[in-house]
Design a protein around this ligand. Structure first.
Ligand SMILES: [Zn+2]
Length: 309
């Protein structure tokens, strides 16, 4: 493939339950998309499924393509092995090397939060911005950083992963905070994830509701749900002020289930000035544009326009 400039970029979103493949043409338009269930607990079958989806896409397109892959977890720079994936059969495997051998080309791989940030920075809600912080607020909290159209990986492959930093400027009643699966207490994730919001509502004496229900009831004037959302917005403002003080991104894009709470985009920027070390803050807080497709689109964008193999 040397010297060949692919006309299409294929993105692969390797999830715990499904593998999705999408091809973008040179202008970034979707040209092909297919998904299939992830073979459970079987690394070799997972690789074969990805290879088959890529072959199928290239046959449909009638052209070769670059391939980028979004995975849970991250690839260790030191060992080349995947770690921290929730599909545990992938952990400890040299997935990039194996895919490169199967597909006969270089493959770029990064984690799904980085893919989200890259998708939104490339042609989504952060398009045109130099520094984009893309945060996923869902069951967990993850984030990625894109600078000048490229994912910032870092020597430890954890750039942007602030979900397991402690919630900054904690109040006495927020210390030490709940124990997190990572082993520490009071992580940002335990406050601003969906389960974090739901737990906070119950802790304050509210009934057990989903994050979506809490937001909906607050809108209908439920005082307890409104109070929970106010606490949530103030904590999210602190967590993001922390990011602004270090990275000073042009745009912060939110994804994940909690990004659907409309009011945070107006309210959180009104609050974060209390902790950002600047007299004027021009950072934009915006909702994702590509939704559930961000992972697979970002994987495709791991190869820039017209790049050769
Ligand atoms: Zn944690």
């Amino acid at each position: 493939m040397s010297g060949h400039v692919p006309r299409y970029r294929i993105g692969v979103d390797l999830g715990g339950t499904k593998i999705e493949v999408l091809a973008l043409d040179a202008t970034g338009r979707e040209a092909h998309r297919r998904r299939r269930p992830t073979p459970q607990g079987d690394y070799a079958a997972t690789l074969a499924a990805i290879a088959a989806l890529v072959a199928d896409a290239e046959q449909t397109l009638g052209a070769c393509a670059s391939v980028g892959v979004g995975t849970p977890g991250s690839i260790s720079r030191a060992t080349g092995l995947l770690r921290g994936a929730n599909s545990v059969c992938l952990n400890g495997q040299p997935i990039r090397r194996d895919l490169e051998q199967m597909l006969g080309r270089d493959v770029r791989i990064t984690n799904d939060a980085n893919c989200f940030a890259l998708s939104e920075a490339s042609d989504g809600a952060g398009a045109g911005a130099d520094v984009v912080f893309g945060a996923i607020l869902g069951t967990g909290v993850g984030a990625g950083i894109v600078v000048g159209g490229r994912v910032l990986e870092g020597p430890n492959a954890i750039a942007g992963e602030w979900g397991h930093n402690p919630l900054p400027w904690p109040r006495d009643d927020e210390r030490p905070g709940r124990t997190c699966f990572c082993g520490r207490a009071g992580c940002i994730e335990t406050f601003v994830s969906g389960p974090g919001l739901e737990h906070d509502h119950v802790s304050a004496g509210g009934e057990r509701l989903t994050a979506h229900e809490i937001a909906a009831r607050a809108e209908q004037g439920d005082a307890a749900c409104e109070a929970t959302l106010l606490r949530y917005e103030e904590r999210l403002a602190r967590a993001l002020a922390h990011v602004i003080n270090i990275l000073d991104p042009d745009v912060i894009v939110l994804g994940g289930g909690l990004s659907n709470i409309d009011r945070v985009y107006a309210r959180v920027p009104r609050l974060w000035g209390a902790w950002v070390f600047a007299d004027r803050i021009d950072t934009r807080l915006v909702r994702h544009m590509h939704g559930d497709s961000s992972g697979v689109r970002g994987a495709a964008w791991l190869w820039p326009v017209g790049s050769s193999q």
